[in-house]
Design a protein around this ligand. Structure first.
Ligand code: GLU
Length: 466
């Protein structure tokens, strides 16, 4: 039986959850969840100066919004420092690493001289083969004894085989002279100890893989499957930056995009399954594979995102949608709905969710059910209520008093009334929207009447006709 899949997301907590990070997390999540595997979360907080608890909280919130649940506890990389140091010392004891007494100043002076002479600045420590008996009593760093010649090939599931000449790599420091482990060592030890089988991450880490493989090999550990995914670009093909719009995953929540739509869109950003654009989580988990990841950078396309979001809103379950909208309002810093509004919104959902691409769009159409009498009317609605329309609406009232309150019956009653007035229902629709919603953009007049009920509908009519 093959080994169970274990993936991980390993963000550095230096800011919000970037849209690229969210996609990396999603790919790892889909890969594990589609294979009955585990998806782990490790916060790479070794850089104490740049890591903040607020950033960790923002990453966790962003993942929670996107529904990317992880298995087990959140691992703090910093807390594993002693274990990372232990591995460096083990390699030292086994002769696979050595003590380097070169100081920062010496290394900097070497680099400067090499640069001036136009030579390689790759530092070759003079301590690599110095016998222990000649070691000074001074602080030292632990460096790995990297192979001097030959090649290292990263077998990458996305990039293919990437081969690097070992002569291009130096004897990387594992443990600094102050005893702190370097990031590169921490990643390998953590991935090994956490049982990670697949490393799916941004291709800005591709070259790190060659160095990390050296540590795996020195320790005799299995190298994980690597998949380095191209970064996300803006619609102009340039690296994604603030100038392209929002970068933080949670900014998309605050703009009113549903999480399911965002997941669908992010999954399609750099990965494809035939021509499928719109799909469910279940399908994504079933279909997601490393072979479907493209080699060239994906371009962020807000139109496509909105299109998918609209489709996800349309198929969402009413109660779940209402809950997500309430969470959106909170994230956007807008007032919460009252109980009455919340119930009204859910009741009206059937006629709201069909053509809204975002929650603000949906809420605009929901105005009729969220507002209460006396209605405020926008300019367009006000204009629709001229004296002729008001007269007709006045005559309509008794017909509605007697109509039975179903969509079909209301439609029949209104058409009949319009015909008797020698007009078309379309002519009545504008004034009725103004009366029922105080807005020009609304769901259908009949749907609004059904949601509001007879009493409220007549009361709103009476408010304008007197
Ligand atoms: N902490 C790294 C980052 O945020 C990821 C390292 C990895 O996935 O191996 O870019």
């Amino acid at each position: 039986m093959s080994q169970p899949v274990v993936t991980r997301f390993a963000p550095s907590p230096t800011g919000f959850l970037h849209i690229g990070g969210a996609r990396t997390a999603l790919f790892n999540w889909l890969y594990a969840r589609g294979r009955g595997g585990k998806f782990l979360l490790r916060i790479e907080d070794t850089d104490r100066a740049r890591s903040t608890p607020e950033a960790t909280a923002a990453i966790l919130q962003g993942m929670a919004w996107l529904g990317l649940d992880h298995d087990g506890e959140v691992v703090s990389q910093f807390e594993g420092a002693a274990r990372h140091a232990e591995v460096a010392h083990q390699l030292l004891a086994e002769g696979k690493a050595y003590k380097c007494f070169s100081t920062q100043d010496e290394i900097a002076a070497f680099r400067e001289a090499a640069k001036a002479e136009g030579k390689s600045t790759l530092f070759h420590s003079p301590w690599r083969d110095t016998p222990e008996s000649e070691h000074p009593d001074a602080p030292f760093a632990i460096r790995i004894k990297a192979p001097k010649d030959g090649e290292t090939t990263i077998r990458d599931e996305v990039q293919g085989d990437v081969t690097i000449k070992n002569a291009q790599l130096d004897d990387m420091i594992l443990l600094r002279s102050d005893g702190t482990p370097v990031y590169m060592l921490a990643v390998v030890v953590d991935d090994h100890d956490m049982g990670v089988t697949h490393v799916i991450r941004g291709d800005d880490h591709l070259m790190n893989a060659a160095r990390q493989m050296m540590i795996y090999e020195a320790m005799g550990w299995d190298v994980p499957v690597y998949a380095h995914i191209p970064l996300i670009h803006g619609s102009d093909g340039k690296k994604l930056s603030k100038r392209h719009g929002a970068l933080g995953a949670q900014e998309y929540q605050a703009m009113g995009y549903p999480a399911a739509g965002m997941r669908n869109y992010l999954a399609r950003l750099g990965w494809s399954h035939g021509d499928d654009e719109f799909f469910s989580d279940t399908q994504a988990k079933e279909w997601f594979d490393l072979s479907g990841i493209g080699k060239s950078p994906a371009r962020f396309d807000t139109k496509k995102l909105e299109n998918l979001c609209g489709q996800h809103i349309a198929i969402a379950e009413d109660a779940a949608l209402r809950q997500e909208i309430e969470a959106y309002l909170e994230a956007a810093g807008q007032p919460a709905l009252s109980d009455v509004q919340s119930q009204g919104l859910e009741r009206a959902m059937f006629c709201l969710k069909d053509r809204a691409k975002t929650f603000p769009e949906l809420l605009e159409k929901a105005h009729f059910v969220l507002t209460s009498r006396p209605l405020d009317r926008d300019a367009k609605a006000e204009k629709a209520l001229d004296s002729v329309s008001l007269g007709i609406l006045g005559e309509l009232t008794p017909h509605l008093q007697n109509a039975s309150w179903s969509r079909d019956e209301l439609e029949a009653a209104l058409n009949e009334f319009a015909a008797a007035k020698d007009t078309k229902f379309g002519k009545l629709a504008g004034p009725l929207r103004a009366v029922l919603a105080g807005r020009a953009v609304t769901p259908s007049v009949f749907d609004m009447m059904i949601c509001l009920g007879r009493e409220e509908t007549l009361a709103r009519l009476k408010d304008v006709t007197g």
